[in-house]
Design a binder for this molecule. Structure first.
Ligand SMILES: [Zn+2]
Ligand SMILES: [Zn+2]
Ligand SMILES: [Zn+2]
Length: 364
């Protein structure tokens, strides 16, 4: 990683910490509070990184949110989990590996009093994420319209309603579509897969009909789905999205996939772009969706002064997904994203994608 990229990550972390303090949202340039905010953010960052050095004995004696034991070992500074960073959930490092259920959406570890719902395909989701989750292809239709609005008006990237067709699918179908075959399915059933290892969306220009989720019901803490083979007419491009995720995350996945679809519509076939360039660019668009939602929510907040618990949850959820994009460790999604983001910051979005269309690579 270059120093420039490290600086970017540092800045992103600082900003998300500012957000955690409920500050940093204040765009008023006349407010002279930035230095205080920064000091506060630095203090929080320092305490996150070296809890042992903190003067607070309460922090030294912090009880684990999962097992109620006093946390003996702390996370190494470079491995602070998402649940600690965004949700202020303090856990023993061992729970990240000992099979403690992790919500596949918000990444919080399961604590005693929170219900986790089994999506039936190896994934578990907490009840708060469940409350806005999208399950069926039909339920997703209004969100497709919002994403179209985001592309056509927000980004000024033109894409039509009939250029692609979206289906909600489970992880079994996603594994089949991704060619991960039977071994992958067994792994899904046997153990809870780590969110980073899941495929959450896929765009296809050809292939077999999709098995999509048409209805669902909840029995106890398990989801039972009904599926149907989905024949699409007219749309050459099909987008499959993992079912059962909150609206904001489903939208981010959809925005990412719609960018793949846009490349196909502009004549770039699968594999013609270096994977890092295409995935990196799609991650940039997925992240822009999250920023767009944040702006919309900020506008809503102007009209109502009280921040409800649900609104705060939504804000943390957006932070979680942004964090996941920023901190992705893979070459294609992580490094690819940081390179594409750098190009978009330097040349703006439209010049960057025009350059990709013409030269099949990012501008330098
Ligand atoms: Zn514990
Ligand atoms: Zn959750
Ligand atoms: Zn992708």
């Amino acid at each position: 990683m270059s120093q420039h990229e490290i600086d970017d990550i540092e800045r992103a972390m600082r900003l998300s910490l500012l957000d955690l303090c409920g500050k940093g949202k204040n765009k008023n340039e006349n407010e002279p509070s930035y230095d205080e905010d920064r000091d506060l953010a630095e203090a929080i960052k320092a305490s996150l990184r070296s809890p042992g050095a903190s003067s607070s004995s309460r922090q030294k004696q912090r009880v684990c949110d999962v097992c109620d034991a006093i946390i003996k070992n702390t996370h190494p500074p470079d491995q602070i989990p998402v649940c600690s960073e965004i949700w202020n959930q303090k856990v023993c490092p061992s729970h990240l590996q000992d099979g403690t259920p992790e919500c596949c959406s918000c990444r919080k570890l399961k604590t005693k009093y929170v219900t986790y719902i089994n999506l039936g395909d190896g994934r578990l989701i907490c009840d708060e994420c469940y409350s806005t989750a999208i399950f069926t292809t039909q339920q997703c239709e209004p969100l497709v319209d919002i994403c179209l609005e985001f592309f056509n008006n927000g980004l000024q990237i033109q894409i039509g309603k009939h250029d692609f067709h979206v289906s909600m699918v489970d992880e079994f179908e996603m594994a089949r579509l991704s060619g991960r075959g039977g071994a992958g399915l067994q792994t899904l059933i046997d153990q809870i897969p780590h969110p980073d290892s899941l495929v959450l969306g896929k765009t296809m220009s050809y292939g077999p009909p999709l098995i999509s989720i048409t209805s669902f019901s909840r029995r106890g803490n398990s989801i039972i789905t009904a599926k149907q083979q989905h024949l699409t007419y007219g749309s050459p491009l099909r987008i499959a999205i993992a079912f059962g995720l909150p609206k904001v995350m489903t939208g981010a996945i959809l925005a990412h996939e719609m960018m793949h679809a846009w490349f196909r519509l502009r004549g770039i076939r699968t594999g013609q772009l270096e994977l890092k360039v295409e995935e990196g660019m799609c991650q940039v668009i997925g992240r822009k969706w999250l920023e767009w939602l944040e702006c919309l929510e900020a506008q809503d907040r102007k009209t109502s002064s009280a921040i409800t618990e649900h609104a705060q949850f939504q804000r943390n959820l957006i932070e979680t997904y942004k964090y996941a994009v920023d901190m992705h460790s893979s070459y294609e999604y992580g490094h690819g994203f940081r390179e594409a983001k750098w190009a978009v910051e330097k040349y703006k979005l439209h010049r960057t994608i025009d350059h990709i269309l013409t030269y099949r690579k990012l501008p330098e």
